[in-house]
Design a protein around this ligand. Sequence first.
Ligand SMILES: *Cc1c(COP(=O)(O)O)cnc(C)c1O
Length: 367
Amino acid sequence: MTDISVPETHASAILTIDLAAIVENYRTLQKQTQGVECAAVVKANGYGLGAEQVGGALLGAGCRKFFVAHLDEGIDLRAVVGDAEIHILGGLVPGVEDVYRQHKLVPVLGSLGEIAAWKAYADGSPLPCDIHVDTGMLRLGLPPAELRQIADHPQLMSGLEIRNVISHLAAADTIHSPQSGAQLRAFKEARRILPQGQACFANSSGIFWGSPYHFDLVRPGVALYGVNPTPDSANPMRPTVELQARIVQLRDARAGDTVGYGATYKVKESAKIATLAVGYADGYLRALSGKAFAYLGGHRIPLVGRVSMDLITFDVSQVPHPLCHVGAWVELIGANHKVDDLAREADTIGYEVLTSLGSRYHRVYKT
Ligand SMILES: *Cc1c(COP(=O)(O)O)cnc(C)c1O
């Protein structure tokens, strides 16, 4: 990709989000789970890409079940997805049961306390909810002791309209983790105690582990957004994000000159240094200091020195002169350099790169 086409804007960086690719990824996941319903996780503003736009696109693709983390995310999404189901993974916030009902939000209940509160609020006319069973995360969901209480006293679950019984994989991106097999067995055991509604287990990676993990409903997030759900093999998803920034200054450096805060990079021979107006305030992680790569006119260029709040610097000495000028667009994320590549350079995961994408970029949505 030597020639990047960009829209007219005064912005110094452009984030392009490909909604058609997100829809295609949804279809890929549907094909992977034939006969099983596919929900969409759009928490954290659609993994940073815009819950409103992503939610609208997936609704158009036929998705009728959405999961978010927080109550407020559910309220905002309600305006976008009509009467589709919205499930709140964070559970029930005590005292505001009214808000769930008013916006038709389904709480994912994760303790006998939450279950009792929702039942009391429903007061005899059951309201929809999901039940989260902890099978090994020790985070959210009914702990084993509470599940045993339900086994002994099934009437604890009367007066609820249970839509889904869910659990969450702890090691979903580590293929063949023995923990996943144990969680699968624990979930099947939980279903014997809680057979109501649909069973919902797999996240993005779990979908690629085959049908024993699929049950009735799957809940992918990150795969929709193009991050590789199968890190040990080729990415089956389409990339959905491009990030381009233009060169705002070009400087000639001599041997011994240093670049940026802390003078962490010393120029060995003469070099050409390009500055871009992107920094950690834009979610371009400071951990990328001295480690990231980008592409200019198809040429790979190394980031040198530290990432600062608003600026980053690359050594562009090896890029042929006509391609390298003030105003030239640099590919930070794109066909040559994927979200997963940038994540590896920052020693993190694609999830964090996406959900960190800043609000100062000029955002363009492709449909
Ligand atoms: C975030 C989340 C998901 C989606 O996970 P991905 O790995 O992004 O597919 C599914 N279930 C729960 C409970 C989650 O918190």
